[in-house]
Design a protein. Sequence first.
Length: 102
Amino acid sequence: MKDSPTLIKRQRYDAAFRAEALRLAGKSRSTQAAARALNINLKLLYKRQKEAFTPVAAARGADLDPATAAELRQLRALARRQAQGLDILTKAIAIFSVTDNQ
């Protein structure tokens, strides 16, 4: 009789453990050492790090309180307006600094 293959259940980690793993990996000199200390797969830790540092995760605000999230939105809007103003001024300088060599 042939042995049936056994299914290995994937370990699920809660949000607190994932946050602690990311903190330890960031604090540690090597991600590999952190993965070894936590007894988790190195590739999984790399994947979690990549997900945590994407612009989408930063845009979500990483679970900020409402006041901080509102301030973050205001600061981002201000940065956009200032970047647009700088772009307009740069183009104006380019237009008005054209000299006629005749």
